[in-house]
Design a protein around this ligand. Structure first.
Ligand SMILES: Cc1ncc(COP(=O)(O)O)c(C=O)c1O
Length: 910
């Protein structure tokens, strides 16, 4: 068995940090080699680093097995200077991602033939270059044949090729899985039949996952099984299967759907090469962007609106020329209000926008994708309007983004608010427990009103990183109402598609799994068995306590997901997508178009549409590595903050155990930083737990350093040029994304240290007095936190024919009553009348939405009866920005005499 690293972070299968620890290991090797070359004692450390790197490099094309062999020979021969020189070149090239044909030739003496003209000039800056990727070959041939296979593959290269690749060869399924997981440059896989299952390396964690979870057992090993396993991990990979046996039978196997093509081995090498390039081209194409670039080069005279198009009004201007110089000519050349001449119409796409949307659907695992140029605020309103008719009930998280609430107002849907679990200490909410959702549905069923429920509308992930068990939520809800529609607002987590650690928790990821389950005959058996176990009338308790199985014969799978592409991928601000996987989409398609017509601008921005196209291309070609990097950066930040001797005294990043109560972490997962936690534990948590924490969303508690969230956010921005996301009373939200680098981490850490040192100095120089003030401030921020108010109830005047057990209401009528000034009154928060009316009535009924930032959710909605909790919260609130509330005037209420004589005695639904 090959030697594995002694540090757990360097283990072959501790892969989160793999790419960064790879370059660190090369740097360690370099330091040791240079010491050795200068006559010091560096050789043992060098040998250890190289032993650690040996396995890792088997999964990368560069420097690859042959150069690694050559390096080992140099070390064994005691040739310190040559070894140090080779390591320097490898390490520089890996760090910069620059594998150029000259610089990286390694030891030219015996390896020139390998690398000459082989590795492309990547990031050389000197010449135009073809994009580079790596192809994984899973081969049953003895390892001694692999160099010859590589040479054969390289001989197929032609100048006409748009891309260039290097093969990486492995000899077992386990190694193939490792390579595909570890090496994000691998974009295509060629699997030959007849490859052994087990690796010769030690990979206990990977083994546990493959054996127990994915179900890839040695006995079931086949090229097609490996293909579907790899697709499960990285759906974007193109997989080619080669066989020298019954190729026609293999091609007719249903599992062959995972393979892009199946080849009869050997004879088709050139075809294989061309297929690989074509597969990459199919992801590289960006129909709208490509056309826009062509359009920009044409000499076009414009006699329509949009004078900015072609840039003449800007560049010829005496006064606004700087705008042209700042943005560059292309921005103006690529502007047009036309929908012809190679462009297309976003509102009624028939050409390249249509193609781009279809490609996005393929990439994101949806049936249809709609590009939206006004943010997910608009995407949500479109989906709600398209699917919900006036009077329909929508079960919705009260803490969801305001676009959902406003969407319901516009369309007349009735919200049935369900509450997320509170995280009072941090003045924020988690996510909505499944029990609360099931209870709402079961109550509606009890009262015979299930037919009025149309949709479940949830935020996934929440601002603070809570991800639902989307599959479980949908399955259990479908067990109660088989045609329920799901809207997953994934504004923050569109990128999640590109990580196997996040994808199953997305709406589309779960929909794919449910779709597969529905086709499996075992699903009917499982459903029938559960029904039999339940007997004729199972109690509410039983139904709430059991994981419900839907009847696969009745389920209509209808899933919608919205993502702010601009929030997590390389799209321009406001670029958003609606993803659709709805078996009944045909029945709502025309409504859907109406909703698009209602909300979309008739002048959508061309650059925004192009950026959606390009963002898709990027994610299909490098999203896996980018998201892995974002996760790895987040884990680094989490680790440093928790272990740094000074930072950890004043700051803390909340772990899964802080943000998700134990009861919702059924797998026993504690946190990413828990000693001994491995990525097998992460996978288990991701698969089983009710809620899972997206590691890239980091709640940094700053109240313990004496700062409230808004103050700390301001400090980071004004003094240190660090921008962060949302704040709570005592925290700020840091978010790592596909843009972050290790330098960003270093900057953040340095800043946190500086802030901590300043606190320490202040406390030291200020003596007892300063310490007391500091303690009082941190206590106030961390413990004197107001209780978060739950939704109370709609006033009876807005309850219509609602039942007794649930809280839905006609928010739309209440909203429009506020348009009549005579129907409304204002009451200052501290007016004695507020307390009097809270006790004796008449009820205080909100006329509008009141949304404080933070926390950013409506603590009052139109038609809501205000209770003591809400008023107390408002009185304690110390934030400046409260949408819908004018402090000078007070609460805007609907006058009691306008409420149709209805009393407000309705008790809150239990
Ligand atoms: C959960 C959620 N949904 C939707 C939106 C709106 O997205 P956009 O800014 O793309 O309009 C936001 C914005 O912050 C959000 O947090």
């Amino acid at each position: 068995m090959a030697r594995v690293a002694n540090k757990s972070a360097q283990r072959m299968d501790s892969f989160f940090a793999m790419q960064s620890s790879r370059s660190d290991l090369w740097r360690d090797a370099l330091t040791a080699a240079q010491r050795w070359a200068s006559g010091q004692d560096g050789r043992p450390a060098l040998e250890e680093s190289i032993a650690n790197l040996n396995i890792l490099e088997e999964f990368h094309a560069y420097p690859g097995v042959r150069l690694m062999g050559s390096l080992r020979e140099k070390i064994m021969a005691g040739n310190a200077a040559v070894a140090a020189d080779m390591i320097k070149r490898f390490s520089d090239a890996i760090l910069a991602g620059a594998y150029s044909s000259q610089a990286d030739r390694g030891d030219a003496e015996d390896d020139g033939d390998v690398l000459q003209d082989v590795l492309p000039t990547v990031i050389s800056g000197r010449e135009a270059r073809r994009p580079y990727f790596e192809v994984l070959m899973v081969s049953p041939q003895p390892a001694s044949r692999w160099p010859a296979i590589c040479t054969e593959m390289r001989r197929l290269r032609r100048v006409e090729d748009s891309f260039v690749y290097e093969p990486v060869i492995v000899g077992s399924f386990e190694d193939a899985a490792c390579a595909a997981i570890i090496n994000p440059k691998i974009l295509a896989v060629i699997v030959a039949e007849g490859v052994p299952f087990r690796s010769k390396h030690d990979a206990p964690i990977l083994r546990r996952i493959l054996d127990d979870t994915i179900g890839l057992l040695p006995s079931s090993a086949s090229a097609l099984k490996l293909a579907s396993t790899l697709k499960g991990v990285r759906p974007e990979l193109d997989i080619y299967v080669t066989t020298d046996r019954d190729v026609e039978r293999l091609a007719s196997d249903p599992a062959a759907a995972s393979a892009r093509r199946i080849f009869y081995a050997v004879e088709e090498l050139l075809e294989l090469h061309l297929a690989v390039l074509e597969g990459i081209q199919a992801r590289f194409d960006t129909p709208f962007f490509d056309n826009l670039k062509k359009y920009a080069q044409r000499p076009i005279g414009t006699f329509h609106a949009l004078p900015i198009a072609r840039g003449k009004s800007v560049l010829r201007s005496e006064w606004i020329r700087d705008m042209g110089e700042f943005y560059g000519l292309n921005l103006f050349l690529a502007e047009s209000s036309a929908t012809t001449g190679g462009l297309d119409s976003l509102l009624e796409p028939t050409g390249n926008i249509k193609k781009s949307q279809e490609m996005a659907a393929r990439a994101f695992g949806a049936d249809h994708v709609f590009f939206v140029t006004n943010g997910t605020s608009t995407s949500n309103k479109m989906v709600v309007q398209a699917l919900v008719a006036p009077g329909d009930i929508v079960i919705v998280d009260r803490n969801c983004h305001k676009s959902h609430h406003y969407g319901l107002v516009l369309g007349g849907g009735q919200p049935l608010y369900v509450e997320a679990f509170p995280l009072t200490q941090y003045s924020m909410y988690g996510a909505v427990p499944l029990q609360a959702i099931k209870k709402a549905l079961l109550n509606l069923r009890e009262e015979g009103r299930l037919d009025r429920v149309r949709m479940l509308d949830l935020t996934n992930c929440t601002f603070d990183g809570h991800m639902y068990n989307t599959r479980r939520v949908m399955e259990e809800c479908l067990a109660i109402k088989p045609d329920l529609i799901f809207l997953w607002d994934e504004a923050w987590s569109g990128f999640a598609r590109w990580s196997p650690f996040l994808r199953p928790r997305t709406g589309m990821g779960a929909a794919a799994a449910i779709e597969e389950w529905l086709l499996d005959p075992a699903s009917v058996t499982a459903y029938e068995k559960q029904q039999k176990d339940f007997g004729p009338k199972p109690s509410m308790q039983k139904l709430l306590a059991t994981r419900l199985i839907p009847d696969p014969r009745k389920v209509r799978l209808r899933v919608y997901q919205t993502n702010s592409t601009h929030k997590s991928m390389s799209a321009i601000r406001q670029g958003s997508m609606v993803l659709v996987k709805d078996v009944d989409f045909g029945s709502v398609e025309s409504q859907f178009h109406e909703a698009v017509f209602t909300h979309a601008s008739t002048s959508p921005n061309q650059q925004l549409i192009a950026s959606l196209d390009v963002a898709r291309r990027q994610m299909e070609l490098e999203g896996y590595g980018l998201v892995m990097n974002a996760i790895s950066i987040a884990l680094k930040i989490r680790t440093i903050v928790s272990s740094h001797p000074v930072i950890s005294k004043y700051f803390r990043i909340l772990g899964a155990n802080d943000l998700i109560p134990d009861a919702f972490r059924q797998s026993g997962f504690v946190d990413y930083l828990e000693p001994g936690a491995s990525w097998a534990d992460v996978v288990k948590s991701m698969r089983e737990d009710e809620f899972y924490l997206d590691p890239t969303r980091m709640t940094l508690v700053c109240g313990t350093a004496g700062f409230d969230g808004t103050q700390f956010k301001g400090l980071l921005a004004s003094r240190f040029n660090i921008q962060v996301n949302k704040t709570s009373r005592n925290s700020v939200l840091l978010q790592s994304n596909i843009n972050n680098t290790r330098s960003d981490v270093a900057h953040l850490v340095r800043v946190l240290v500086e802030i901590c040192v300043e606190i320490e100095e202040r406390l030291k120089s200020g003596g007892d007095g300063a310490r007391k003030i500091f303690e009082a401030r941190t206590k106030s921020l961390m413990t004197d936190v107001p209780d978060l108010p739950n939704f109370s109830r709609f006033h009876d005047a807005f309850r219509g024919n609602a039942g007794k057990l649930t809280n839905e209401g006609d928010m739309r009528t209440a909203f429009f009553m506020a348009y009549d000034a005579k129907a409304c009154e204002y009451l200052p928060l501290n007016d004695p009348d507020v307390n009097r009316r809270l006790e004796k009535g008449p009820a205080l009924v909100s006329a509008n939405f009141v949304i404080p930032y933070p926390p950013g959710f409506p603590i009052m909605v139109p038609g809501q009866v205000l209770t003591r909790d809400t008023i107390d919260f408002m009185r304690k609130l110390d934030v400046k920005e409260i949408h819908g509330y004018e402090a000078l005037k007070g609460l805007k209420l609907i006058r009691p005499d306008k409420l149709g004589g209805k009393s407000a005695t309705t008790k809150r639904a239990k």
